[in-house]
Design a protein around this ligand. Structure first.
Ligand SMILES: *Cc1c(COP(=O)(O)O)cnc(C)c1O
Length: 382
């Protein structure tokens, strides 16, 4: 308990003006008010407006992708990404069991079925070894892609997720996807400002997806983005997010089932102001992570650091306790003392909606789920 009290004291010192320290609060200390008021004054508050265009340019520039499309939120961006990856109802999509529910939900929106495989302990993201092993044991190659030997269904996409902003080994995953002719869609919802081998996360596959929800590193209330280098996909993305309306001065004609998935200009204004501060946010968070690293070294508690070849945004810092009992003790102790801590999401295959999905042994996922706790990670106002 003495150890846990030291953690509580340390965290309270980092956030001296807070009675209750939450996991990740947004801060609006840049041009947020100015841009939002400007959007209101312009009367373009909805899905067309200068900030939407600017946001898309900023996202393309940040990530190095050729195209970025503003989307109403990250979950819908994932749904759209899977549509653009040509995933069809009845297809199968491989993702990781250790992820936020949105990844699995988006797969379900298509009518596709998820397969959940294991993560690496050092990245917390999809394990390329698990992916290769799964495919070698369960899939066969056909002319138009990979098929699951057991179900006879097409494995249409692989969706790795960069957990808490720590890049997974997405270069190796991309190679495996190429070998098996499976489309790679990156769920980079948590990893804005995170780089792998010098490249921004989200650019390793056909499509990458981001979230700007209130708890993320950069927020616009609610928002998402899709990035791609493929011009056809980018055009289809814009088209499908705007009800698939055929451009015309006055005619209302639609040529496809479309979606109202565009980000309102009001939110884009907020997003632009926040994106301007991204590198400052990330640097601030990295200083905190370095301090956490020192503290947890002293206390002999395992702290998750950035993987090799990666620069992480440290969206949510995480520690690993000795076992499930100690994890629960820690959660109880810290939350009682006004410091918010949280276990990792329940593994997807343990949820009733996904209980009958195919999985591998999920050895690391289960091990991590028993031990991992997220600790306060928000921007510290100095
Ligand atoms: C936040 C998040 C999303 C969804 O984003 P929303 O903008 O909240 O819809 C998707 N995937 C992961 C892994 C996330 O953490």
């Amino acid at each position: 308990m003495e150890k846990f009290q030291k953690v509580v004291d340390f965290i309270k010192e980092q956030y001296p003006d807070k009675d209750f320290v939450s996991l990740h609060e947004p801060v609006f200390i840049g041009n947020e008010r100015k841009y939002v008021l400007d959007a209101i004054d312009s009367t373009f508050v909805s899905s067309v407006g200068a900030y939407v265009n600017r946001f898309e340019e900023m996202m393309a520039e940040l990530t190095g992708a050729k195209y970025a499309i503003a989307i109403v939120n990250g979950t819908n961006a994932l749904h759209l990404a899977l549509l653009l990856a040509n995933v069809k109802a009845e297809d199968e999509v491989i993702s990781q069991a250790l992820t936020f529910i949105a990844t699995a939900n988006a797969i379900s929106y298509i009518g596709a079925k998820a397969i959940f495989i294991d993560v690496d302990r050092e990245t917390l993201g999809m394990s390329p070894t698990a992916l290769r092993n799964f495919l070698e044991a369960n899939a066969i190659k056909k002319e138009d892609g990979a098929y699951n030997k057991k179900t006879g269904k097409k494995i249409a996409a692989v969706v790795p997720m960069h957990t808490f902003g720590f890049p997974c080994k997405v270069d190796e995953i991309a190679i495996i996807c190429d070998e098996w002719n499976i489309c790679l869609v990156e769920d980079s919802a948590e990893s804005i400002g995170s780089y792998y081998q010098g490249k921004h996360t989200g650019v390793f596959g056909k499509v990458g997806v981001f979230s700007f929800n209130g708890n993320k590193t950069v927020t616009c209330g609610g928002g998402g983005a899709l990035i791609t280098d493929d011009e056809t996909i980018a055009k289809r993305a814009k088209h499908l997010t705007t009800q698939a309306k055929v451009p015309h001065k006055w005619e209302f004609v639609h040529d496809h089932i479309g979606y109202n998935y565009r980000m309102p200009n009001l939110n884009a204004a907020l997003a632009c102001a926040q994106l301007e501060q991204l590198s400052m946010f990330v640097e601030n968070k990295r200083v905190l992570s370095a301090k956490y690293n020192t503290l947890f070294n002293e206390l002999s508690i395992s702290f998750i650091g950035e993987p090799v070849n990666a620069k992480a945004n440290y969206w949510l810092n995480a520690i690993l306790l000795a076992d499930l009992d100690q994890r629960n003790e820690f959660l109880e102790y810290t939350n009682d003392k006004g410091v918010m801590t949280r276990p990792v999401w329940e593994l997807m295959n343990r949820l009733p909606m996904f209980a009958n999905c195919q999985t591998d042994d999920l050895k690391n996922s289960i091990w991590i789920a028993d031990r991992l706790v997220n600790i306060p990670s928000g921007y510290r106002v100095k």
